[in-house]
Write a protein that binds this ligand. Structure first.
Ligand code: SF4
Ligand code: SF4
Length: 201
């Protein structure tokens, strides 16, 4: 398992007021991270832990201790796919996936470059597709991502298999109330730092 970083030995001091960072992440994720007692159930069940630089429980520990910079810079928050396996196994009902999501939001807001830029760009195209239609068009998001990355022919075989099995829709489903959709995204786009600004950092 790839886990070269020990939060207890990490070479940064807690960033400012440790409680402040904890409270911000609690607020965005709507979780009480202080309840975590480091049992490791989340990390033990995470199917992507082997690829992460910090196990999910260690990211939680960084947040508890106020090591904001380290938590926002790690690869783990970008490798998390939000499958909620960890959340379903937590004895304290902590939604770890929601915390990862909150940390990604904060990293974007703080202009901290994602160590996994391809994953970051994939998020961007998914966001754009939902903003356009009110629903995700997986085929559209994947084609835009592949074109942007210059890898249009990679993953062709699984892509065709998904298409023939009806897992990728050719025509986008669109929500009826376009005005409401526009208002929702206008609100959130005002609040967050733009994806494009982030990518130039
Ligand atoms: S939600 Fe993220 S951290 Fe939790 S098990 Fe899935 S990939 Fe791992
Ligand atoms: S499963 Fe819950 S309590 Fe255990 S380490 Fe993970 S977040 Fe903490």
């Amino acid at each position: 398992m790839t886990d070269p970083i020990d939060p207890m030995e990490i070479d940064v001091k807690p960033d400012g007021d440790a409680d402040r960072f904890l409270n911000i992440v609690n607020h965005i994720s709507r979780q009480n991270i202080s309840l975590c007692w480091q049992c490791l159930c989340c990390s033990g069940g995470c199917p992507f832990a082997v690829h992460m630089d910090l196990l999910p429980n260690k990211v939680i520990r960084l947040v508890q201790l106020g090591y904001g910079r380290a938590a926002l810079r790690c690869r783990t928050i970008w490798l998390c796919v939000g499958c909620h396996t960890c959340s379903s196994q937590c004895p304290n009902s902590i939604d770890v996936a929601a915390i990862m999501d909150a940390l990604r939001q904060l990293a974007i807001r703080e202009g901290i470059a994602a160590p996994e830029m391809d994953i970051y760009r994939f998020h961007k195209f998914i966001y754009a597709s939902v903003e356009r239609h009110g629903r995700l068009n997986k085929l559209e998001a994947m084609v835009h991502f592949k074109l942007g990355a210059g890898k249009i022919f990679s993953d062709l075989a699984p892509g065709l298999k998904m298409l023939t099995r009806g897992k990728l829709e050719l025509l986008s489903q669109k929500v009826a109330d376009r005005d409401e959709l526009g208002r929702v995204f206008a609100h959130y786009n005002r609040k967050r730092r733009s994806f494009d600004t982030h990518e130039r950092d």
